[in-house]
Design a protein around this ligand. Structure first.
Ligand code: SAH
Length: 497
């Protein structure tokens, strides 16, 4: 799954509470508990700016506190279940109220001081004010909430396994992709305040691999010292827009990319030399050209300025080469947990034909290639498919082949050609599986089937169809993004017949 910052969008999607009288969180999950009286908030008189005390009942799927004001749902970021908070209304919509905390009157025992002081101002720290065990419990509850909403066959009996967390739920993000701006005299490298273009300079980010932060901060100082041209958004002028540092967990090498507004890069020679001096861990430096005002970080064109074309990462004994644009999960440790969970759930044999659907650079299929007869994978990004095939070659894997195309198109095509899958792993983006793919899975019913999901809602929706032919053995939640509300899970499915 790719990186995503939290945005307002979330509220609109969740505006329909299907439950909510009691907090799920921290209590045993009881699917029969429903209270539809609270589902509508019509006719509730409330204004923006109004204050009132509110009891928080539970956390919504994006980690925000949920309470009810005269039966109308209120979303309060930063508030925790069982807390009583004085809140101030920031938005009133037909189906929900958004509010912010003015004061916590009664604190949850699960509340802690966030390590990152700006945690409530930028995206990516939605749960940093909560103890880690409570975060893990929340993530298990996220699946429960999604299942209750979509109610796939047998859902009340699913084995929802306790979330697998990290021993150290910090310092896990192997990539830092931070904008650079000059604000007055100060050169800032950091993150934008939520729904704004105010950049906060961030010398310390506890969720980042320290190697990425060291490189970013040192490069910030060098840009400053050498007076390198920095992008000015108002004037749409200047050069350096964003710095991207990606660290290899395996080798400690760091790949550095400057996203620039201009084609040329004045002063790059001196800058590269200074980086070489100060940061021996940086083994490759790149420029990505992305002109103009745009919210998209990366442009089409990437050139190497200096050093190695790739950094390498070893995953389950296989080596993967990563060019600056190649996708890699952000959390190496938990990615390995996910892949091992997929492996355990599949129970593969050397006769199996395995499909690695939504393959990225082939990390899943290639990690499992030794255990099966043949691997085929598909992915829509041509460069990723090239990388996957190169990665197969580097590892002397001769029984794996990756193709460009959608899962919904290639999976049926291969089956129609007589290449029948025994085992299927799907790892779709947040949108989940396409209807055509679900239909084909139901028609051909691969014997072994694992669904890796990064969105409990689309997973639950997809299970409504899939459970016509399959049974859910268990859902294993895995915390890929500690301190955030993002969920990830591995689902083992077995055929009903
Ligand atoms: N399995 C990989 C990548 C998962 S991310 C890993 O673990 O690293 C999901 C991937 O699905 C992305 O690389 C995205 O480009 C790809 N994708 C999106 N829609 C797709 C579709 N319809 N068919 C195949 N791949 C798709």
């Amino acid at each position: 799954m790719t990186e995503n910052t939290n945005k307002k969008r979330a509220y609109a999607q969740k505006a329909r509470p299907t439950t909510g009288k009691k907090p799920y969180y921290g209590k045993k999950f009881d699917p029969r508990r429903q209270d539809r009286r609270q589902a509508t908030g019509d006719g509730v008189d409330v204004r923006i700016g109004q204050n009132f005390p509110l009891t928080i009942k539970r956390l919504g799927i994006n980690g925000e506190g949920i309470g009810y004001f005269k039966r109308k749902i209120v979303f309060v970021p930063g508030a925790l279940p069982d807390e009583v908070a004085v809140v101030k209304v920031t938005d009133v919509q037909p189906k929900y109220i958004a509010a912010k905390v003015l004061k916590i009157r009664e604190k949850s025992p699960n509340r802690v001081a966030p390590r990152d002081e700006y945690a409530d101002e930028v995206g990516g720290f939605e749960l940093e004010h909560m103890t880690y065990p409570a975060q893990l419990a929340f993530k298990k509850d996220v699946v429960a909430q999604a299942l209750e909403k979509f109610q796939p066959r047998g859902w009340t009996d699913y084995d929802l396994r306790d979330t697998i967390g990290m021993a150290n739920p910090y310092e896990y993000r192997n990539k830092a992709q931070f904008p650079v701006r000059k604000i007055g005299d100060k050169l800032s490298v950091g993150m934008y305040k939520r729904s704004s273009h105010d950049l906060i300079d961030l010398p310390v980010v506890h969720t980042q691999d320290p190697a990425t932060m060291k490189v970013l901060r040192t490069v910030r100082d060098l840009l400053d010292k050498l007076s390198v041209s920095i992008y000015n958004e108002d004037k749409n002028r200047g050069t350096v827009k964003t710095i991207v540092a990606r660290a290899s967990h395996t080798t400690g090498e760091v790949q550095l990319t400057f996203v620039t507004n201009t084609d040329g890069f004045p002063g790059d020679a001196a800058l590269i030399e200074a980086i070489n001096q100060a940061l021996p861990e940086v083994t490759g430096i790149f420029q990505n050209f992305n002109p103009g005002r745009t919210s998209i970080v990366w442009g089409e064109e990437t050139i190497k300025l200096w050093g190695k074309d790739y950094i390498e990462e070893t995953i389950m004994g296989k080596t993967f080469q990563l060019s600056p644009r190649a996708f890699m999960q952000l959390n190496y440790t938990q990615m390995t947990v996910v892949y091992n969970e997929a492996l355990a759930a599949l129970d593969l044999t050397h006769a199996d034909k395995l499909v690695d659907a939504y393959a990225g650079v082939g990390t899943i299929g290639l990690s499992l290639a030794d255990k099966v007869g043949e691997v085929r994978g598909m992915e829509i990004i041509p460069e990723a498919v090239d990388d996957a095939n190169i990665n197969a070659e580097i590892n002397h894997i001769t029984n794996a082949k990756y193709e460009i195309g959608t899962a919904e198109e290639l999976f049926p095509k291969w089956q129609a050609e007589g290449w029948i899958a025994d085992a299927l792993v799907v790892d779709p983006p947040r949108t989940g599986l396409d209807t055509a793919l679900r239909r084909e899975i139901l028609r051909t019913k691969p014997e072994k089937f694992v669904y890796i999901s990064c969105n409990a809602s689309t997973l639950a929706r997809d299970l409504v169809d899939l459970t016509q032919a399959y049974q859910v053995e268990y859902i294993q939640s895995i915390d890929m993004f500690p301190q955030t509300a993002r969920w990830e899970g591995v689902v083992k499915l077995t055929r009903r017949d």
